[in-house]
Write a protein that binds this ligand. Structure first.
Ligand code: ASP
Length: 416
């Protein structure tokens, strides 16, 4: 199957999965065969296998691909420049995203007149979020094998970059090892291709399971919150990124979004930027024409520190919770929310549901009750899927813009 057909098949799998899941939820979840066997066993097992296949690739791919990328750059100054640009773009777009979300939420005012008793009686206890000092110290792994075994992305990125730099500095020995790493890279990319072949079935099961389990009832009292988040996500993804790509790189925006569809579906169905790293790198290199030296660096970094979609949810959630509890937020509070959510996005791991945990940090910062999170948990799974799609789109947008500015983007591949 060629890649265009495959993307269409994945899209159809997502659609049918959603429809089937919705129908099961409405009419058949009372039947134990459907609930326990079909949804609880079949969809669950196949979906989990698919996610595990993706996750299995993340650590070896990031390590090998980043080592190859840095070694191919052959120039530490260029690496520093890439890092600087990526950081600027990632923090800048996150601040923009949350500003947009806050503005929209203040205008629409979701949660005003909200009846607290009409929602779920779920409890939420906030987990400790890591302090900024701790986050900085933890950038350097105590033990690179431990960082790999535990899938800690930032320490892994730091170790891989050092390894790549050392290859450049090690002369003849370095060149021999670089050659080997290039071979490993080619092989791991082949595994990525094999996993992508399995995607239609995996996506179908994941989406069918989520929709079968997610009752539509939970949405009713939270409709205004849900809609504001979705609107802000759409505006940021379609308008902000389009303007940035056009202005900063002059590339065709339509092509970018067309080629991102497959990656967005992966992000949507797995709700994990991390699990989407292999697909995002493959897409950036093979379809968007970005050189490995840029994509292997900006995409894993983005999956770890760039969470525009998550910041949007946090902005709207803050306003929503303030409205529900009747607490007024002032300008200083809003500025604090922008700052904390931008930093929280750096500390948010690219795995399902973490955005909600980091929201506790934002709420604390402006003195809002953290229990408010319990109100929005019910609809968070679907929003998590959507915001993850936005998160990975941001990583890819930064990647093409930075690659273009560094002369590492093949226009023929991009426009093909
Ligand atoms: N699931 C999101 C991601 O992986 C993080 C979050 O917002 O919970 O990008």
């Amino acid at each position: 199957m060629n890649s265009k057909n495959l993307t269409t098949t994945i899209l159809l799998a997502m659609l049918f999965g959603g429809i089937l899941g919705g129908i099961l939820n409405l009419f058949f979840m009372e039947i134990s065969f459907v609930k326990d066997f079909l949804v609880g066993d079949v969809f669950h097992v196949i979906g989990k296998i698919f996610i595990n296949l993706l996750k299995m690739l993340v650590v070896p791919l990031v390590f090998v691909s980043l080592v190859c990328g840095v070694a191919a750059l052959g120039d530490i100054k260029k690496l520093g420049r890439l890092g600087g640009k990526a950081l600027l773009f990632y923090l800048g777009t996150t601040a923009l995203a949350i500003t947009l979300a806050l503005s929209l939420a203040v205008i629409v005012a979701p949660g005003e007149g909200f009846n607290l008793s009409s929602t779920t009686d779920q409890e939420f206890t906030a987990k400790e979020s890591p302090s900024i000092a701790e986050t900085i110290i933890n950038l350097i792994p105590n033990n690179p094998i431990e960082a790999m075994a535990e899938g800690q992305m930032l320490p892994l990125i730091v170790f891989s970059i050092l390894f790549g730099i050392a290859i450049v500095m090690a002369g003849e020995s370095g060149r021999r090892i670089e050659q080997q790493f290039n071979d490993y890279n080619a092989i791991i990319m082949q595994i990525v291709m094999i996993v992508i072949m399995f995607a239609p079935i995996g996506v179908f099961c994941l989406i069918a399971k989520t929709f079968a389990l997610q009752g539509f009832e939970v949405f009713k009292p939270l409709m205004s919150y849900f809609m504001v988040v979705v609107a802000a996500l759409l505006i940021h993804a379609l308008v902000s990124y389009s303007i940035l790509i056009k202005l900063l790189s002059g590339l065709n925006v339509w092509r970018f979004f067309k080629k991102m569809r497959g990656v967005q579906i992966f992000a949507f169905s797995t709700a994990s930027s991390n699990a989407t790293i292999p697909i995002n790198i493959e897409n950036a290199e093979n379809k968007l024409g970005v050189d490995n030296s840029v994509a292997s660096f900006t995409i894993p970094l983005g999956a770890t520190i760039n969470m525009d979609g998550t910041a949007i949810m946090q902005g709207v959630a803050t306003v929503f919770i303030a409205n529900v509890y009747g607490i007024d937020l002032g300008l200083v509070d809003y500025l604090l929310v922008i700052l904390t959510a931008t930093l929280a996005s750096v500390g948010t791991a690219g795995v399902p549901g973490v955005g909600l945990i980091m929201l506790a940090m934002v709420l604390n910062q402006v003195g809002l009750p953290v229990e408010g999170i319990a109100l929005i948990i019910g609809v968070d799974r679907l929003l998590d899927m959507m915001r993850t799609a936005v998160n990975v789109t941001g990583d890819a947008a930064a990647t093409v813009i930075i690659a273009k500015s560094e002369g590492n983007l093949d226009r023929n591949v991009y426009n093909n």
